[in-house]
Ligand binder design. Structure first.
Ligand code: DAH
Length: 347
């Protein structure tokens, strides 16, 4: 009855099989139930058992296999449950998933760089509303009542009546020069502010024009501010922004709110001033408008133009960004295509 003893011995063993993990459990399965396992070996021996013992030993063997299978499947359940629990908890030994950082929008990077450069010479930031009135966007800035900039082609007028204002008085600002008038009417000189913000114009959207874009306006009002101060400030800015070799050139121009007015070019930072397709062979690219604040504007804002003078300038952030990063199509700035956006500095 050696077989019966063997079966009984194994029956005792399988009742308390233990496994700490999936590997140990698999080792047990192989030890007892695989083709070469101990229980399978007993089944092989069973073939030689005399007929009169077959019934009893067969039942015992089946019971043994059943118990081993049940024990192993119970252990498997326990191990799976333990794994699940530890997955639910924080496992500090696990390799972390890579963290994908967002990136700064190129226009934000450039706007902040502009602000940073001017803040080093004492400029602070002032903001004003995007939904404005005619007075602050045009009237106080010396635009004649029939000036074409007010025309429907340029300005988005808001038809809905807001408060007590006439419907045609309310508009989306078409330049950040409007913030000048708000600052000058609420602060006393000396004033040294930068006004960054979004502006709107009724333009057909294309690679080179958009119905909204961004500007940074600068304003400096004090006693004895001269055109030479304006030139120095802009030269300093251009060198900081585009490199120490950058040259500037001021060309006479006209803006209603400055007298004299100028447009400023910088030496083309793509070809270094030699002439290329970007600067159309001239070696220069225009980046901003500027001038001495017109005395009419100072007076309209309640500043004594005999005592104070000042300069102002305004630049397009998209234009500066194009020069820095060579973005050829303006529409990319507002399409939120991550393939474009992720090329810039990460947060
Ligand atoms: N507001 C002008 C524009 O949108 C830009 C500008 C030109 C601003 C000359 C100024 C300036 O302050 O002096 O085209």
């Amino acid at each position: 009855m050696a077989l019966k003893d063997d079966i009984k011995k194994l029956l005792e063993q399988v009742g308390d099989l233990k496994a700490a993990n999936a590997e140990e459990l698999e080792a047990l399965r192989i030890k007892y139930l695989s083709k070469k396992g101990e229980i399978t070996a007993l089944f092989n021996e069973f073939r030689n058992v005399p007929n009169d013992q077959k019934r009893e030993l067969g039942q015992l063997l089946n019971q043994l296999r059943q118990q081993a299978e049940t024990r192993i499947s119970d252990l498997r359940e326990q191990i799976n449950e333990k794994c699940q629990q530890s997955n639910d908890k924080l496992d500090l030994t696990r390799t972390p998933d890579p963290i994908t950082l967002g990136t700064r929008h190129p226009l934000s990077l450039v706007r902040e760089e502009i602000i940073d450069i001017f803040s080093r010479i004492g400029f602070t930031v002032a903001e004003g509303p995007e939904v404005e009135d005619d007075k602050h966007v045009y009237g106080m800035l010396n635009f004649a009542p029939e000036h074409p900039a007010r025309d429907m082609q340029d300005t988005f007028f808001i038809e809905k009546e807001i408060g007590v204002q006439k419907p045609t008085d309310v508009l989306l600002r078409s330049h950040t020069s409007s913030v000048q008038t708000r600052v000058m009417t609420s602060q006393k000189p000396p004033i040294r502010v930068l006004c960054p913000g979004r502006v709107y114009r009724n333009e057909a959207i294309s690679a080179r024009a958009h119905c909204f874009f961004h500007q940074v306006e600068g304003l400096y009002i004090d006693k004895n501010v001269s055109f030479a101060d304006l030139r120095e400030a802009l030269l300093y800015f251009s060198k900081e922004m585009f490199g120490a070799d950058t040259k500037i050139r001021l060309r006479p121009s006209y803006f209603p709110f400055t007298e004299p007015s100028a447009e400023m070019d910088i030496s083309c930072n793509i070809c270094g001033g030699k002439g290329c397709s970007f600067c159309k062979g001239t070696g220069w690219v225009e980046i901003l408008g500027c001038g001495m604040v017109d005395p009419n504007v100072l007076e309209a804002c309640g500043i004594d133009s005999k005592l104070y003078s000042g300069f102002a300038f305004g630049m397009g952030v998209e234009r500066i960004t194009n020069l820095k990063y060579r973005v050829k199509d303006l529409r990319l700035f507002s399409e939120n295509d991550v393939r474009f956006l992720k090329q810039f500095e990460s947060c």
